[in-house]
Ligand binder design. Structure first.
Ligand SMILES: NC(=O)c1ccc[n+]([C@@H]2O[C@H](COP(=O)([O-])OP(=O)(O)OC[C@H]3O[C@@H](n4cnc5c(N)ncnc54)[C@H](OP(=O)(O)O)[C@@H]3O)[C@@H](O)[C@H]2O)c1
Length: 268
């Protein structure tokens, strides 16, 4: 083959590769807003998927194991605007694959809900500290939300509402937790997530993106059971309804401090 023919062939192959659809995804109803949720197979995340779906949103509902997410799959079966996607927030390849799949799709709300408490709790107590667990908790709760925000920032900037949400906890508050040391890694991870979202807020403000830190209250989920908490609690549906209303009201002018679902600010 002469050089000219080889070059033409190469150009053709490259052009075809550039044009081939890499399974580009579309939301079902581009006229409605879109939320991307993490950890939406159970607990507060599942309730958020149900809440946003009930309000008519396109829901990109991600979870680690879609084949086992029976309640989420049932929601999607009943509502074509709910798309279930596989995503482990600690898996960088999965994050970039998902971002590539939804390239160009506006995402109004990126809701970083997924988190891991770190179990058994004993492995994050002084005298018994486990480095592997520390790394996993930090990757899930602190780095995951930040990396996802980076991967989807153009989708968010292209949307109407432009919101990134970090899900915190009173356990991440230096003030509230001044006298508690039961969950070293989880407490550290939520404090780190708060700081990450705070820094992100500064960086993305000029693009009109609102970065907010919210907490769901004490909610009756597997995580709360694992924590050993025995006091009053909300149902996941109650928490999700409150969070939905709160996120809907966010503006660029907000102070950007962590806020609980009952509207009360959580001190840093
Ligand atoms: N419940 C409360 O009272 C409470 C209080 C304060 C803050 N929060 C916060 O609220 C959010 C939801 O908590 P929850 O109570 O609903 O917890 P949960 O019942 O334990 O559910 C946690 C969710 O996160 C997912 N997840 C964990 N690691 C993940 C990873 N690496 N990648 C993707 N998903 C992952 C889980 O998926 P799998 O099923 O695959 O494990 C599950 O869907 C969390 O950010 C939590 O810190 C909860």
């Amino acid at each position: 083959m002469n050089t000219r023919k080889f070059r033409c062939g190469l150009v053709l192959v490259l052009a075809l590769l550039a044009l081939s659809p890499l399974q580009a995804a579309k939301v079902r109803d581009p006229g409605s807003p879109t939320v991307l949720l993490t950890g939406s197979n159970r607990g507060v995340g599942l309730a958020l998927a149900q809440e946003y779906a009930a309000k008519g949103w396109n829901v990109i509902a991600t979870c680690r194991t879609p084949s086992k997410a029976s309640e989420l799959q049932a929601l999607a079966a009943a509502n074509p605007k709910v798309l279930v996607e596989k995503l482990d927030v600690t898996d960088l390849r999965q994050i970039s694959k998902l971002a590539e799949k939804y390239r160009g799709v506006p995402v109004d709300v990126l809701f970083n809900n997924a988190a891991w408490l770190g179990e058994p709790v004993a492995s994050q107590q002084f005298g018994n500290l486990d480095q592997d667990m520390f790394v996993e908790v930090m990757k899930t709760n602190a780095y995951g939300p930040l990396k996802l925000s980076e991967a989807f920032v153009d989708n968010i900037a292209a949307s109407e509402q432009k919101k990134i949400i970090g899900m915190t906890s009173g356990l991440g508050s230096l003030t509230i937790m001044a006298r508690m040391s039961r969950f070293y890694f989880y407490q550290m991870s939520k404090a780190a997530m708060n700081m990450g979202m705070r820094a992100l807020r500064n960086d993305l403000r000029s693009r009109g993106i609102i970065v907010a830190i919210v907490a769901p209250g004490m909610v009756d989920t597997d995580m709360l059971i694992a924590s050993g908490y025995k006091g009053d609690k909300l149902t996941p549906a109650e928490s999700a309804a409150g969070l939905y209303a709160m996120v809907a009201e966010l503006t660029l002018e907000d102070k950007g401090v962590p806020v609980n679902v009952d509207g009360k600010p959580i001190p840093w």
